[in-house]
Design a protein around this ligand. Structure first.
Ligand code: AMP
Length: 215
């Protein structure tokens, strides 16, 4: 199954993709995670990407195309993938369509994680990652036991550098201006499924599964 996940920052794309990856053995390809790995590696490119990400802006389409075409040609992507955070612009959607054409691997579905704008802010400002396990948590929504499990084991609840209010605002603006038009792009091509992404992780996951198995 070849899936694109669309949705604003904080709409739960990463959480749902991780669940599907664990259950269906499909690789979650998160361009944000790949860029963060480049930042951590400290390369020259990583340093440039860091500045762009901290400003809540987008890395250029050309660079993203290079990154994604390399990733999609790896063996684990042959039997399907979940794209999380790509495409983010219309140009990226066109590039992806060309790339998948060349690979003879057409996209099955683009799933929009649809969530109320007010909820996004709490999801983003409360978001943390356990430094030991990489598990995604939220100080407002995760059960206290799950938060304690991380800290009691000696882990830290780490906040992403770009999850501060100023950066969040520009990420949401960029989403509205550059990524939201992709909803129509996929709708026009008959590929769009909309999932109500408000609710518990398990409730949203059930709806998500329903959407990707309905066509
Ligand atoms: P994410 O983890 O998906 O929210 O991505 C974090 C940041 O990485 C974004 O705010 C962008 O600066 C950058 N980024 C991730 N994916 C893309 C993409 N497809 N195109 C351009 N920039 C991206």
């Amino acid at each position: 199954m070849r899936i694109v996940l669309l949705g604003a920052p904080g709409s739960g794309k990463g959480t749902q993709a991780q669940k599907l990856m664990a259950e269906r053995n499909l690789p979650q390809i998160s361009t944000g995670d790949m860029l963060r790995a480049a930042v951590d590696a400290g390369s020259r490119f990583g340093q440039q990407a860091k500045a762009i990400m901290e400003a809540g802006q987008l890395v250029s389409d050309d660079i993203m195309l290079g990154i994604i075409s390399e990733r999609l040609s790896e063996p684990d992507a042959k039997d399907g993938f979940i794209l999380d955070g790509f495409p983010r612009t219309e140009q990226q959607a066109l590039d992806l369509a060309d790339l998948l054409d060349q690979l003879d691997q057409p996209l099955d579905t683009a799933v929009l994680m649809d969530v109320d704008f007010d909820i996004l802010m709490k999801r983003l400002t409360g978001r943390r990652t356990c430094s030991l396990t990489g598990k995604l948590l939220n100080i407002y929504f995760s059960p206290q036991e799950e938060l304690d499990e991380c800290t009691n084991a000696g882990g830290e609840l780490v906040q992403r550098e770009d999850d501060n209010e100023a950066t969040i605002k520009s990420r949401l603006d960029v989403y509205r201006e550059q990524t939201e038009p992709l909803i129509d792009y996929y709708r026009k091509r008959g590929k769009l499924q909309v999932v109500d992404a408000d609710g518990t992780i398990d409730d949203v996951y059930a709806r998500f599964l329903g959407a990707i198995t309905s066509n």
